[in-house]
Write a protein that binds this ligand. Structure first.
Ligand SMILES: Nc1ncnc2c1ncn2[C@@H]1O[C@H](COP(=O)(O)OP(=O)(O)OP(=O)(O)O)[C@@H](O)[C@H]1O
Ligand SMILES: Cc1cn([C@H]2C[C@H](O)[C@@H](COP(=O)(O)O)O2)c(=O)[nH]c1=O
Length: 713
């Protein structure tokens, strides 16, 4: 009998986790990732401990070597390993790799105990061998997931797998800190543990690999490998080539260049902390426990930033937010190098992580838009987006590697200094502190550059940065119209217009379902009659008994419906970031009451501008059909407006077309006599290009951070 999925998981995730074999694989992957992060912390700590008696530079170099060994092989050799793994049986590749890695990690403390003089060398050799084995394990694992879940749930399954890989980092760091805090007890209980918390972390890591091996051995993984690279593009395989070919997909616009500079700055800042963190906390007198806390602060801050970013200062420009949080993160890093206090350092690093996380979440969303703007056609758009994401992901990994390796080397070269301040006071300037402050300064400059680039051509720039920020802090929409301008919101407003029976409701329905399927929040609505008041007004307006309603009164009743609808339903949804699709809007008034009833169009515009708070659609889809054809499609008795003359409906049709011709950028005119499906495709194509950052599932496969964003949408 299948156990139920974990409680509390979002429903899509719950459905995937309800698949027993995937759930088992996922739990074992989460355990392995937890163990892997624990081992990184343990290895960096041991590198410092094993070189404690050598020159300070040796300790820094040892840490740099551990980082290089952990990160470089997958970046450099994955394409080769991917090709080899394709020829092997997936199940036994994974089982074998897990067992070998488990043994290698367990051997590190054992060798340290038996042959202390050989401990550091073995640490390097064993970790390198473990990473080489991981090169085979990763593509085997990537191609196993598609054979355990149905195709339609693959994107969610990949997202969960990536979440397991990254979200276990702060958990592992806290576990390591907890182990360090009881290291005395552990040492007393098991005297053979030379470095209790690091040794236990490595034994635990070994254990997680053995458990994973048992789980994988019992999974129903088909022996045949259905096109490893096609089923699951090897995320590591293309790192170098994506970095080389990617810039043209994002570098064409200032926005794209600024995003790349900013995102890589955030990565480098976090990597510098990881690289010098262990030695830095030693100087702060905090040891392994402090390192665990610092590590948890970086990754926990990033996760927090990515999750809460979309909700942060919702009324503030995303481009400005991107630059602002980068500056905040840089300043936090700059001060991390200057303070002597562990608690303060942890708080500053948390701020750094948070700022980087918000920048990453916001930046990756904007990146989709930047990449799409360099494309000529809709099909090119998705290619550009994919390549842009692959480029940023690859460049981020390289940047992390270089920064995390260089930072300890530079700290060793800079050395520790004591600066006299006056006669009595001295200021300790450690190599690690110098590096953190220097990286913080460089990051500050780069953040300013990124901010300038990203905001250079912002078509939606509101008032000045500070007025906008203060307004957003007070919860006021700085872009809300109080005069002539149009209202701007984070959501998208699409209107479907046309004569009677043109197929508006049909297309609104299709579009709503289609966008929801892609994870957008969509509000499908109509005029008149979406609100309580609107329903009553609709009853009055369409009732054939009410033939006495004068044209002006009719126009005002429709305007009242719009005022209520916009205020109560449309604007709140748009402010939440939803896509609102309305069956009819102001153009219907201009066409029916303006051309149909022959009222002054400019007067109607003015009244409706006021009634709708000047909310203008981002796109109006006009379904153009001959009145006879449209009316002929309708069943049932004609209502008060439908029963107007053909001449009336002809004038309405002409006015709709005149409105569309006057502003072609904001309109899509579709021949509504075409088959439904064809119309639907035309609308989808246009609407897709309008919406922000449609993260393609293939981009999720190359962007370990995106699942967090998607989950919070
Ligand atoms: N492209 C099409 N070709 C033929 N029939 C269609 C097409 N699109 C919709 N229809 C049909 O025409 C009828 C009216 O469609 P629908 O209710 O979507 O139109 P509408 O524009 O919303 O109408 P109304 O003006 O009454 O609001 C329905 O029976 C629908 O199935
Ligand atoms: C919004 C709006 C609508 N009308 C007319 C157009 C239609 O005849 C009805 C609405 O009913 P349907 O279900 O969309 O066919 O009202 C109008 O005259 N002015 C308007 O602003």
């Amino acid at each position: 009998m299948s156990r139920s999925a974990p409680l509390g998981a979002p429903s899509e995730a719950r459905n995937v986790l309800a698949i027993t074999s995937f759930r088992r694989l996922w739990i074992s992957l989460s355990l392995s990732s937890l163990g892997d992060w624990l081992s990184l912390l343990a290895l960096m700590s041991l590198a410092v401990i094993f070189t404690a008696d050598a020159a300070p530079l040796a300790g820094h170099l040892a840490v740099a070597a551990v980082v290089a060994i952990k990160l470089a092989p997958s970046i450099l050799f994955s394409p080769l390993a991917g090709a080899l793994a394709e020829k092997l049986d997936r199940r036994w590749t994974m089982v074998g790799a897990d067992v070998v890695r488990g043994l290698l990690y367990v051997s590190i403390p054992v060798v340290g105990l038996l042959w202390p003089a050989f401990a550091l060398q073995w640490l390097f050799i064993a970790s390198l061998l473990a990473e080489v084995v991981a090169l085979l394990w990763t593509p085997a694992k990537d191609s196993t997931v598609p054979s355990l879940v149905p195709r339609r749930q693959l994107a969610e399954a990949n997202r969960l797998t990536l979440l397991a890989a990254y979200m276990t980092a702060p958990v592992a760091a806290l576990l390591f800190a907890a182990l360090a805090s009881i290291s005395n007890i552990l040492g007393a209980l098991v005297p053979s543990l030379a470095n209790p918390e690091a040794d236990i972390a490595l034994y635990l890591n070994g254990l997680t690999f053995f458990v994973a091996a048992i789980v994988v051995a019992t999974l129903p993984i088909p022996k045949h490998n259905p096109g490893l690279s096609a089923a699951s593009p090897n995320r590591d395989g293309a790192v170098l080539s994506s970095v080389l070919t990617g810039p043209r997909h994002v570098g064409a616009t200032a926005l794209g260049r600024g995003l790349v500079v900013g995102l890589l700055t955030a990565v480098a800042a976090g990597a510098a902390v990881i690289g010098v963190g262990r030695a830095h906390v030693e100087a702060l007198g905090a040891g392994n426990g402090g390192f665990g806390v610092l590590f948890a602060a970086v990754f926990g801050g990033v996760a927090l930033g990515m999750v809460s970013g979309p909700r942060l200062l919702k009324k503030f420009s995303r481009r400005r937010l991107f630059g602002l949080v980068l500056v905040l993160a840089s300043i936090a890093l700059l001060f991390t190098g200057l303070v002597w206090d562990m608690v303060l350092s942890a708080v500053l690093v948390l701020v750094l992580g948070f700022g980087s996380g918000v920048a990453a979440g916001t930046g990756l969303r904007l990146l989709g838009t930047a990449a799409a703007s360099t494309a000529g056609t809709t099909s090119e758009e998705s290619v550009h987006r994919e390549r842009a994401f692959a480029f940023v992901h690859g460049a981020a990994r390289l940047t992390f590697l270089v920064a995390a390796v260089l930072a300890p080397v530079l700290a060793g070269l800079a050395g520790d200094h004591t600066v006299p301040i006056g006669a009595q006071l001295e200021y300790d300037l450690w190599g690690t502190g110098i590096v953190l402050t220097a990286v913080g300064l460089v990051a500050l400059v780069l953040s300013a550059v990124a901010h300038r680039l990203v905001n250079r051509d912002d078509p939606e720039a509101g008032p000045g940065l500070l007025p906008e920020l203060f307004a957003a802090l007070r919860g006021i929409d700085p872009n809300a119209d109080d005069g002539d301008g149009e209202v701007r919101t984070p959501g998208a407003f699409v209107v479907v217009e046309g004569g009677e029976g043109a197929g508006k409701s049909t297309q609104v329905r299709e579009l709503t379902v289609w966008l929801r399927d892609q994870g957008f929040e969509v509000v499908g609505t109509r005029q008149p009659g979406a609100t309580k008041l609107g329903m009553r007004l609709r009853g009055i307006l369409l009732d054939r008994e009410n033939s006495h309603i004068t044209p002006r009164a009719e126009a005002m009743l429709y305007a009242a419906d719009k005022a209520d609808h916009v205020e109560q339903e449309i604007l709140p949804a748009l402010r939440r970031g939803a896509v609102v699709i309305s069956d009819r809007y102001v153009d219907s008034t201009l066409a029916y009451q303006g051309a149909g009833r022959e009222l002054e169009i400019d007067d109607l515009r003015e009244v409706n501008r006021w009634a709708t708070q000047n909310l203008v659609p981002d796109l109006t889809v006009l379904l153009d059909v001959r009145p006879q054809d449209g009316l002929g499609r309708l069943g049932g008795p004609a209502d008060r407006i439908e029963s107007e003359s053909v001449d009336f409906h002809e004038r309405v049709r002409r006015e709709f077309r005149t409105l569309a011709d006057a502003d072609p950028d904001r309109y899509l005119v579709v021949d509504a006599s075409e088959p439904r499906e064809k119309i639907t495709r035309q609308i989808q194509k246009r609407v897709r290009s309008l919406l922000p950052d449609p993260v393609p599932s293939s981009s999720e496969a190359v962007t370990g951070m995106i699942p967090i964003i998607r989950d919070e949408d």
